[in-house]
Design a binder for this molecule. Structure first.
Ligand SMILES: [Zn+2]
Length: 495
């Protein structure tokens, strides 16, 4: 028996957000992810709280991918005394650099002193600076400063995929592609007891596992020999629509809005969703499967992230790589306009319909998309297309609630409140869930089944409780593995 190997779940329990897991060997303390809690009404207060362990005593921090719910508290950890090494793939470090800097813009603005500035910051970041529950950040009391960010970047080293890397005498690590967003990785830790007494133990974290096959990325790599598995479960209790259905609906909605001479407004997350939409439109336009109309990318952060995607094209699946090698610039096509200043944003409104507008943020909880929604929600010829999860309490969710009713069935008085005004909803509201970046329930079970023969325990995390508990039950019933929904703060021995 090993002298000591244990895990404590400090975040990502009872919530999709706030990933933070502590893995301890005999002489090592390492964290996996250090994310923001987002969406909950108490999110901001929770993020401000001291960590439940002393950051000075942590030796390593491993980051699975660059979403804010996995990286948002990294700089706070550094501010609170962490001086160990941060590891991720090079792509994740690049994306995190852009995302964390953008978050600082929100927090640096004093909303009372600089009202216009506050609006600017929320526009650029795609988060709502006035509602800390949505972004998990608040401008009134920053979680960390640019100095903490700079320090974090100095501590941040990279490990490529598929390279067995010795961390210290106790741990080595191997990174596999999670297929979730650019640079996303699954960590396979091998623990060797320092005195050589006892067996090696393999502990695997899936991070967020991707909805493979995705339009751009490679597939999630299989895990086959885990002793302990920590698995994500956002969609643990639901399945997505099929890829064919998804693609057909996207083309149909684009075509119908163009024929209707309306505007198609797509709220989009800056990472992955924006690039996937550009790629899909690139194919539809170049293959002449949709009429050629002006298409606007109105998202400064989305544009920065797209530049990183374009540079790291070797991470794409082989089909996309061959398109690029044959000379196609997959994120650029005729009539695509990329806006920079907010004045350009106004120019979009002045461009005649039909047109397509892609803008942040993905849940309309901030960002430039809100102004486009104010403009086009009252227009019965236009469409708002929701292509991602809309959290309870966000403007995106309130708009989504209109999707079940055809415009003709809505009464004249039906409206949604945006920035203090009641905006009538007469546009068509559509949803497509198949572009999600997360595996659905069936595919999560399939992923765990690959290692069902070796795994001693599966910890189901990173989901709403209903979803995690449902998945744990499915894993026990269908694969006969020991699967649990762990308790926050409880120490689990891995023997
Ligand atoms: Zn993620």
């Amino acid at each position: 028996m090993n002298k000591k190997l244990q895990i404590t779940f400090w975040g990502g329990i009872g919530s999709v957000t706030g990933a933070n897991f502590l893995l301890e060997g005999e002489n090592t303390k390492l964290l996996v992810d250090c994310g923001l809690l987002q969406g909950a009404t108490n999110a901001y207060e929770e993020n401000k709280k001291p960590f439940p362990y002393d950051p000075k005593t942590i030796d390593f921090l491993f980051i699975t991918h660059a979403h804010m719910d996995h990286i948002g508290r990294v700089c706070k950890l550094v501010k609170d005394g962490f001086r160990g090494v941060i590891y991720s793939t090079p792509e994740t470090r690049e994306l995190a650099n852009v995302m964390l800097l953008d978050a600082i813009k929100i927090m640096d603005i004093n909303p009372v002193r600089d009202r216009e500035g506050s609006q600017r910051a929320s526009i650029s970041n795609g988060m709502n600076a006035k509602d800390p529950s949505q972004s998990g950040l608040s401008p009134e009391s920053p979680l960390y400063s640019i100095l903490d960010f700079n320090q974090a970047m100095l501590l941040w080293k990279t490990i490529p995929y598929h390279t067995q890397t010795k961390v210290n005498d106790e741990f080595s690590v191997y990174l596999k592609d999670a297929g979730h967003i650019l640079g996303s990785s699954m960590y396979e830790f091998t623990f060797t007891p320092t005195l050589g007494v006892g067996e090696k133990v393999k502990v695997v974290f899936t991070g967020d596992s991707g909805n493979s096959p995705t339009p751009l990325l490679k597939n999630t790599e299989p895990i086959t020999d885990a002793d302990y598995l920590i698995v994500d479960s956002v969609y643990g209790d639901r399945n997505h629509e099929s890829k064919d259905e998804r693609d057909a609906r996207f083309k149909q909605i684009v075509t119908e809005t163009i024929e209707n001479k309306g505007a198609l407004v797509i709220p989009a997350f800056s990472v992955e969703r924006t690039q996937v939409i550009l790629y899909e439109l690139n194919n539809l336009v170049e293959d002449k499967r949709i009429p050629s109309v002006p298409i606007f990318l109105d998202s400064p952060l989305g544009q920065k992230v797209t530049d990183i995607y374009a540079r790291d094209w070797r991470d794409f699946n082989s089909g996309v790589q061959s398109e690029i090698k044959s000379g196609d610039n997959i994120f650029s096509f005729p009539k695509l306009n990329i806006t920079h200043g907010s004045r350009d944003s106004q120019a979009i409104v002045n461009t005649a319909n039909p047109k397509i507008i892609i803008a942040g943020s993905g849940m309309s909880s901030g960002g430039r998309v809100i102004d486009h929604e104010i403009h086009f929600l009252p227009d019965p010829k236009s469409t708002i297309l929701l292509m991602g999860y809309q959290a309870l309490g966000t403007l995106g969710r309130r708009i989504q609630d209109f999707s079940s009713k055809a415009p003709a069935l809505r009464s004249l008085g039906e409206a949604v409140e945006i920035k203090g005004s009641m905006i009538p909803v007469r546009a068509r509201i559509e949803m497509i869930s198949g572009y999600s970046s997360h595996k659905d329930s069936d595919n999560l079970v399939k992923m765990v089944s690959d290692t069902a023969k070796t795994v001693k325990k599966v910890f189901v995390v990173m989901g709403e409780p209903k979803s995690s508990i449902y998945l744990a039950q499915r894993l026990r019933d269908e694969l006969e593995v020991d699967a649990v929904y762990p308790e926050r703060g409880k120490v689990y021995r891995l023997e």
